[in-house]
Every structure is written in C-alpha cells, then in structure tokens.
Design a binder for this molecule. Structure first.
Ligand code: GAP
Length: 451
C-alpha cells in the first residue's frame, strides 16, 4: 500500500495514539508521547508479553530494577567501549550524519563518493559514536557523579542474579523478565517510532547450563515467533535473520533478529541472543563477586549461559499497527447508501486493542435511549476500557470505532427499551446479536476469552 507510513502516522495523531513530544515548541527530535489510546495499547502489549512469559511458561520470575546504576556496570558490560557504538560519516560542511547502512538509500547514494547528499560537502571517514546517554547523579556535575541512563534493561537482571537465586530458590534453568525504559543516544533516529532515544524494552534472560544454551535458543526463538502470530501479525510479514559474526552485538555468540516487513522495508523488531557467559563472567571479574552457580546435586560450579529475548514495546506496537491497518474503498456496509469514502479498519487483536467496548445510543435526541446507553456504559466501565459516543449517525460512529479497533459496539435501540437488552456488534464480522443488559459483563468477558 502506498504511503502506509504516512497514513499510520496521521491516524496515530488524529485518533490519540501517538503525538510528537513537545509539539508546541516545534517538537523534540525522536521523542514521542503516547496519547489516551496509545497508552492503553502499550499497556495491553506489555500485559500480553508479561502473561505469556510468567503465566504460560514455567520457572520465570519478574523484576523491576532501577534505571540508574553504578557506572561500573557499563564498564564491565562493554557498553562504554567501542562495542556499543554506531559507525557514522559526518559532513564537514553541514555536519549532518549518516549511517553506512543508509548508503543503500537511493537519495544517499552519493555517500560512496564521500560527498554529502544534502549540501555536497565532504564527508569524513566512518567514525564510532558511543550510544550511552550520560547524566549526573548529585548536585555537582563532575567525573565522580557521572553515570548513565541504562541502554538495555537486562543489566539490572544480571545485577540481581544472586538476589533472585537466594530469595526465590529458583534452580537452573530459569528465567527473569523485566519491562522498563532504556535510552540510547541514537545519532540518526528515524522512521517515526522505529528508532527513538527513549523506549521501553521487554526482556527475558534465561539462565541455563552451557551445553543446553543451543537447545533453549531454538526453543525461545520459536516461542517468540508464535507470540507475534498469536497476536495477529501475518506470518508472511515476519522473518528470522541469522546475524553474521561481524554484525553481532558485542556480547552475542549467536544472534537471530526477528524482522517485520515495515512500510520502509524489513527491520528488526526483536533480538534473540545467546550471550554465553559474557555478562556473568565479566561482572564477576569487575566486581570481585563470584557469580558462578553451584549445582546442588552434582556440586558443579559454573557460569550459567544466557539466552535472551529482547523486544521494544514501541517497535512492536508500530508493527501491530502496520499489520492491522486496512482500507476498504466504499466501506464494508452495503445496507446504507454507498459513499465514495474509504473505510479504515484497524483489525488489532482483541487483547491489544485499546478500547474493548463502545456504548452508543441509536440516536441522541431520545432521552430514554441516552439514559439506557449511559446505564450500560456505567455497568461495563469497571470491567473494560469503554467509550460512550452519541455524536453523529450510527453508521459514522461504527466507522469511528472500527478505525481505532474497538472490539465491540453496543447499541441501545428502540427494542432495548422494551426488552432491556442491547445489540452487540462484532468489529470484524459486523454481526449483531441482542444481549440482556444484566448478562453483558459476563457475555463480553466470554467473547474476550477472559472467563
Ligand atoms: N539486551 C539486548 C538488546 O538490547 P538490541 O537488539 O540492542 O538488544 C533489542 O535491542 C530490541 O530493543 C530491538 O529489537 C528493538 O525492538 C528495541 N530497540 C533497540 N533500540 C531501539 C531504539 N533506538 N528505538 C526503539 N526500539 C529500540
């Protein structure tokens, strides 16, 4: 579809999913705010991931570590050295910077000749830029108070490896999951929320015996692919890419990127890494604390190997939006007069759709209908994220709700006054059924597979 990216960006703003940060001051590069629908959707994605990991798998516990840590963590993890850096070419005249992978871009093809595609100035040779975001903890901004905003959430998990072992009595193999903010001083943030400087990660670190790491790597890769498919991403829009040694993250012995076919091409949405004993052995070396695991039965002492799955909340949300977006010329309804309009349908999985239920009086100039609809809205509101809407024709309101992926539209019509029921319309099939008001909470829960 042409201009899909432009359409998604416009929909995201128009309907309250995503706004440019600090917009009234002209915006702040690469920062985005999540609006009323965006925050609901983000929370739903995080809940779906957390449930998947902690409820549908065994031996996984959660953690919420601090963003600010000792700078020694980042020294030991290798993030302060060249390992965690982007290679960039800079124009000596206009100082614009380009990643070497942008050389493929037709507009930037001049990069190969060392000439800036923007101003024809001379480009520098590729240089490394570290991505860690610096900050100062305390009143004095000096070397002693320098620290970093975490660049990956998993380091907080390694810091607590022993605490989790001792407090939870878990045995290898086991996993620790965490969802939280991460920060990277990306030099060329771009493609809407694809590459941003402040984002959230959902990471799982699976600690296992070294000889079992390959087996678990395959297992977790498949589990993660299934998660996207179960939440509605089309199989043909997902692929796995084995990352060659030269391009792997500095800690990875093996890395497979799960990629999604975005409107601007195939791009990584999640990394699955075999980190070997990189983290625990380095933290042992730098801290002086022996982080080896002691097998109670065999008395073996070893550094567990780590299989990691790591996905950005915003990046996956972006993929879910792109995959769910549909345009239907003329609209789906044949019963009302065909209009020339293009109907937009956002077919998000019901688990991640921001609004579950919209309650609508058939018309707003009949107080009895409005009263009935408001009663039902109040009845359902404690159970589901609901909207009440009475503005415009009922057809328009259905379209408005379909455009934001609302799973069910409940309408109070004239029959409702006699029968004390409402019609329940399914977003995808548009089929309507009548349900007694008192049964609605249980009925909708059943449809949402929550009972
Ligand atoms: N702990 C491993 C790790 O951080 P990564 O491949 O650097 O691995 C994992 O990042 C995921 O985090 C990516 O697949 C992506 O979904 C998300 N991510 C990374 N950098 C990002 C950025 N600048 N903006 C948005 N999401 C990002």
């Amino acid at each position: 579809m042409d201009n899909l990216l432009t359409k998604i960006v416009a929909l995201a703003k128009r309907r309250g999913f995503i706004f440019q940060s600090s917009e009234i001051y002209g915006g702040f590069s690469s920062s985005y705010d999540f609006g009323p629908l965006g925050v609901e959707m983000k929370n739903n994605i995080k809940k779906a991931w957390w449930n998947e990991m902690t409820k549908f798998h065994e031996n996984i516990v959660g953690l919420d570590a601090a963003i600010l840590m000792s700078p020694k963590v980042w020294q030991a993890s290798g993030h302060l050295t060249a390992g965690f850096a982007d290679e960039l070419l800079e124009c000596k005249k206009c100082h614009k910077r380009f990643r070497p992978d942008e050389i493929q871009h037709p507009r930037l093809s001049n990069l190969t000749s060392g000439v800036c595609p923007e101003c024809r100035g001379e480009l520098t040779k590729p240089r490394k830029f570290n991505l860690m975001m610096k900050t100062f903890a305390g009143p004095v901004e000096d070397e002693a108070s320098l620290t970093y905003l975490r660049a990956e959430t998993c380091q907080g998990i390694y810091m607590n490896f022993e605490n989790v072992l001792n407090s939870m009595r878990v045995k290898i193999p086991f996993g620790v999951v965490q969802i939280g903010k991460a920060f990277r001083n990306e030099i060329t943030p771009k493609d809407f929320i694809f590459r941003i400087r402040e984002f959230e990660q959902m990471e799982m670190e699976w600690f296992c015996r070294p000889k079992e790491a390959d087996k678990f790597f395959e297992y977790w890769l498949n589990e993660r692919l299934k998660w996207y498919e179960n939440l509605g991403i089309k199989k043909e829009n997902l692929r796995q890419v084995e990352v060659p040694e030269k391009k792997r993250a500095h800690y990875a012995k093996r890395q497979i990127d799960i990629e999604y076919k975005f409107p601007f091409g195939w791009k990584e949405i999640e990394g699955v890494h075999n980190r070997g004993d990189w983290d625990l052995s380095n933290h042992s070396k730098h801290s002086g604390k022996d982080l080896r695991y002691v097998d109670e039965e065999t008395k073996e002492k070893y550094f567990p190997h780590i299989v990691e799955t790591s996905v950005g909340v915003e990046r996956s949300l972006f993929a879910f939006l792109c995959d769910a977006y549909q345009e239907i010329p003329g609209g789906r309804t044949k019963t009302t007069k065909a209009t020339k309009e293009v109907e937009i349908l956002l077919k998000l999985d019901k688990k991640i759709a921001p609004i579950k239920v919209a309650v609508l009086p058939l018309v707003r100039n009949k107080p009895e209908l409005v009263k009935k609809a408001k009663e039902v809205y109040r009845l359902l509101k404690p159970h589901f994220v609901c909207q009440y809407d009475e503005v415009g024709s009922i057809g328009r309101r259905y379209r408005r709700q379909d455009e934001i992926a609302t799973v069910f539209c409940l309408t109070a019509d004239f029959e409702s006054l006699k029968q004390d029921d409402l019609t329940v319309r399914d977003r995808d099939t548009m089929v309507q059924e009548r349900v007694k008001n008192a049964d609605l909470p249980t009925h909708i829960k059943k449809l949402m597979c929550e009972v």
